[in-house]
Design a protein around this ligand. Structure first.
Ligand SMILES: C[S@@+](CC[C@H](N)C(=O)[O-])C[C@H]1O[C@@H](n2cnc3c(N)ncnc32)[C@H](O)[C@@H]1O
Length: 276
């Protein structure tokens, strides 16, 4: 199941970045977010660093600092841009330098970077204005890399989530039941929008897509800790959230109390070639 379903949801539209209530809802519980969300594959971080001309990284929508800390550990200097002060505060406490503002309205004040990265955040940024801004702050040869985790729990767990979510939140803009069957199909919609935005903005090589496959296991408690950090659940009142978690918990118990999640981390990336 993707973190954000596509069909009939904010992401099915051309402009998900206009759904500001969802876009800036992830700071409802930053501690849980940082604890429950998985980091990015080391191979991805290493490839982005190796394919950039230097180590100055701008992290768009850095959230609590998950990928920012990974890039710092890989030897980079990282500046985060993050509009949700709750997420930014958490990131700062882990040592990440953050400016609290949307990327579209952020003032680079003449600063330049070797890489502009975005972890599960680029779809909340205007795809053309965001790419144009990335081009404006990247040094020649600098790299834009937007990436997302794609994952699908076992069918029984995903189905239980869809059924209980539909029952508890029938009027949600996230129509889980109308999602495409394969999570990767959902993310291809976002990758295509990111790719189109980069092409339209200009100043970049033709975008490429990289993929990193990995997996991790979840106990019932670990998965129920992760679920409230996902777009459809960040704004649910506690009683409704509890009902959704109860229904999913029953389904996880029925498959043995834990499961292995296959993940694919997809990257849309392009190199700055000229002034846009
Ligand atoms: C799903 S979270 C990802 C956080 C972090 N990058 C990660 O991978 O854990 C999306 C983040 O994008 C931020 N965001 C939303 N709209 C944005 C915008 N226009 N410019 C920059 N960041 C934005 C949200 O506040 C949120 O912290």
């Amino acid at each position: 199941m993707p973190t954000i379903p596509a069909a009939q949801s904010p992401l099915a539209e051309n402009e998900p970045h206009r759904h500001r209530q969802v876009a800036e809802s992830f700071g409802a519980d930053p501690e849980r977010y940082d604890r429950a969300r998985p980091p990015y594959p080391d191979a991805m971080v290493e490839r982005i660093v190796a394919a950039s001309p230097g180590r100055d990284v701008l992290d768009v929508g850095c959230g609590t600092g998950i990928e920012a800390r990974q890039f710092r550990a890989a030897g980079c200097t990282v500046l985060g841009v993050e509009p949700d002060a709750r997420m930014a505060d958490f990131a700062r406490h882990t040592g990440v330098d953050v400016e609290v503002v949307t990327f579209e309205t952020w003032d680079p004040a003449g600063r330049e970077f070797d890489a502009v990265v975005a972890g599960q955040a680029w779809h909340w940024v205007d795809p053309v204005a965001g790419a144009a801004k990335a081009a404006a702050v990247l040094r020649p040869g600098g790299r834009l890399a937007a990436f997302w985790h794609v994952f699908e729990p076992p069918a029984a767990v995903a189905e239980a989530f869809a059924v209980v979510y539909q029952r508890v939140v029938p009027d949600s803009p996230f129509n889980i039941k109308a999602m495409p069957k394969r999570a990767l199909d959902v993310y291809q919609i976002m990758c295509a929008k990111a790719t189109d935005g980069i092409r339209e903005a200009g100043g970049f090589s033709d975008p490429e897509q990289w993929q990193f496959d990995w997996e991790r296991s979840y106990t019932r408690d670990e998965w129920l800790d992760h679920l409230p950090t996902t777009g459809p659940l960040t704004q649910l009142p506690p009683d409704k959230l509890a009902k959704v978690l109860e229904g999913v918990g029953v389904a996880i118990d029925a498959v043995g109390g834990s499961f292995t999640m296959p993940y694919t981390t997809v990257v849309v990336t392009a190199v700055r070639t000229s002034t846009p």
